[in-house]
Design a protein around this ligand. Sequence first.
Ligand code: KIV
Length: 275
Amino acid sequence: MSHSAPRKALSASGIRARKGGEPLVCLTAYTTPIAQIADAECDVVLVGDSVGMVLHGLPSTLQVTLDMMILHGKAVARGVRRALMVVDMPFGSYEASPDQALRNAARVMAETGAGAVKLEGGRHMAATIRFLVDRGIPVMAHIGLTPQSVNALGGYGVQGKGADAARIRDDARAVAEAGAFSVVIEKVPAALADTITAELAIPTIGIGASAGCDGQILVIDDMLGLFDAFKPKFVKRYAHLAADVGAAVHSYAQEVRARTFPAPEHVFTDDGAAS
Ligand code: KIV
């Protein structure tokens, strides 16, 4: 009889209950091996639509499709045991109507095994969030800088400065009242993120926001220094993997050109010894 440990994943309501408690550790992941590594430390593993830029070389998240999110969601699910896995709804898959959002979010949940979806937008998405939540789909909201709206926002600048803070606070209240179990707040002034964190009964997850949020999230390829096309100011590099990979490829290329690879210990002989 097998006694393998049952999978005890965190649920959306478990994350919701962490409001004001120990900070939530959140990272993105797009593949099984990275999901396994992230799962060891993270409360939330997000299959972000940033996958389009960091893994597929796309110019923005606007070109990411539902099929891409589902494919990466399935890969991440194979690596996550404890964290709550959240999958981003990509641009164009949920904005038209609550019915469209439900149809596509249900596909994401059923085909990937995710515990929740994330979608971008504040007050104008509140009715859709309520519709999904009432039908059993936990929703993580995303306000402040919402990269899928880059064309409407005119770039990737800081949101909620000065008088615009009221708009972001209103968005935060609206998504919380609509039933979101948590909200990502991206690239807003720290004082505004702190105000929203104090005002909401659900956890705030900051990215370029404030250490006072209930949790933090980063794109894993950014913090590993693997994606170095550009570095947002709010990103801290905890490793420099692009440089490490470049150095490894350089060493290999030099050895191939010098015919010092493969070395004797890497080649087979015909003496019958097991290899
Ligand atoms: O797509 C993504 O990776 C995200 C995070 C940056 C929050 O939405």
